[in-house]
Design a protein around this ligand. Structure first.
Ligand code: GAF
Length: 389
């Protein structure tokens, strides 16, 4: 059986490598090493900012930060992949560009609520593919939040760190995202998916039947402009809720939305309302081991995202189509914000090798949406959320 293929789970090599990197840069060992996983969303897409339900799980891909406190508000960071970022926590994060802004903004928001903070030196490396819809930015936010919490001895919960991470996206990055990614990175538990009610932030752990494997299929396509489309979808949902006179689409039924005269808003709302039902039905199907139903719900979710919500893309549609014809596949769908990046499939464990071979042999990104990196398939098990090593 393939397990976490091609993925580096934090093993002693990985931890040794980040300690050495830190030592080389800063001349002594780190005070703390934090790891935070990426996530894949099994089902419940574009429901989080509608107060709905989502079912993500944490991945064996992870971001590691090795860090030591500094004496002042200065932050000196090195990302193995993206190079250095230097800034002061006393300055406005909008003055910091690139990846450093995520950490700067986490620090500024925590400093505001905790009355000032000392900076730190940090060395960062990650195995989470960037732009693949697997939450590399949320993992960076939560990992950085944990470093601030531990080095600054802050009384702050993981949920509070997650909410700060969401504010970073909304207020400093310009993506009006929901809370799913940050909560998944922070609170997930090994071997289970995390059912999150995005209205109450209540979570429960959901077992994934043992005879099924989750396969992530990164199409290798990337898309830069997705934040503007993402924000437009959120605005449409808010308009639909306003027209229906409900606080959010969580409170609307399929009957209610037939009252929407605007056809686009009606389709957007139909996706959200039906997707919430699919999440709860997937949880039921997992609990009875009904993989045919779970798989069908995954595929229905994809069709709804493609046709009603219009956030899929040619490469995601193609890889879903190919995987549905592959051995052992119960169902498949795009995952995350959409447009490019990854899809996932539910596959019978004893067929997973044949499934992967088939998809590799039969998928190529369409000419209309060429891939930037090669297609990667990962058979993944659910991992723990953020931790201090
Ligand atoms: C992105 C966002 F960050 C999440 O909040 C969520 O809305 C997701 O897209 C779509 O389900 O990952």
């Amino acid at each position: 059986m393939l397990k976490n293929r091609n993925v580096n789970v934090s093993n002693s090599d990985h931890v040794g490598k980040i300690s050495d990197g830190f030592q080389k840069q800063f001349g002594s060992g780190p005070d703390i090493i934090v790891r935070c996983p990426g996530r894949v969303n099994l089902i419940g897409e574009h429901t989080d900012y509608n107060d709905g339900f989502v079912l993500p799980m944490a991945l064996p891909f992870e971001t590691l930060i090795a860090a030591s406190s500094s004496e002042d508000a200065q932050m000196k960071l090195i990302s193995e992949e993206f190079g250095p970022a230097h800034f002061s926590l006393e300055d406005n994060p909008m003055g910091t560009s690139g990846w450093g802004r995520y950490i700067h903004a986490i620090g500024s928001l925590l400093a505001q609520s905790n009355g000032g903070l000392l900076g730190w030196n940090g060395y960062i490396c990650s195995t989470i593919p960037i732009g693949a819809n697997l939450s590399s930015s949320a993992a960076l936010e939560i990992a950085a939040g944990m470093v601030f919490k531990h080095l600054g001895k802050l009384e702050i919960t993981l949920t509070e760190i997650a909410l700060i991470g969401q504010r970073v996206e909304n207020e400093f990055i310009g993506v009006r995202s929901g809370i799913m990614d940050q909560i998944a990175c922070a609170l997930s538990q090994r071997d289970t998916a995390l059912l999150l009610d995005c209205h109450t932030l209540q979570t429960s752990m959901v077992s994934i039947p043992e005879d099924v494997a989750v396969v992530i299929m990164d199409t290798g396509t990337r898309r830069e402009l997705r934040s503007s489309e993402y924000n437009k979808r959120r605005e449409s949902c808010e308009s639909a809720a306003l027209d229906l006179g409900v606080p959010s689409l969580r409170n609307a039924s399929l009957d209610d939305i037939t009252n929407l005269s605007n056809q686009t808003l009606r389709r957007r709302a139909r996706h959200v309302v039906s997707e919430n039902k699919r999440v709860l039905n997937t949880v039921k199907a997992f609990s009875t081991g009904d993989l045919l139903t779970a798989g069908q719900l995954f595929t229905d979710s994809h069709l709804s995202l493609r046709d009603d919500y219009e956030v899929s893309g040619p490469a995601l549609d193609r890889i879903v189509e190919v995987s549905l014809g592959a051995p052992g596949c119960f169902g498949a769908r795009m995952t995350g914000g959409g447009f490019a990046g990854s899809a996932l499939a539910l596959v019978a464990r004893d067929e997973v090798n044949n499934f992967c071979k088939f998809v590799k042999a039969n998928f190529t990104a369409p000419r209309t949406q060429p891939a930037e990196t090669s297609v990667m398939l990962y058979v993944v098990e659910a991992c723990d959320g953020v931790s201090v090593l």
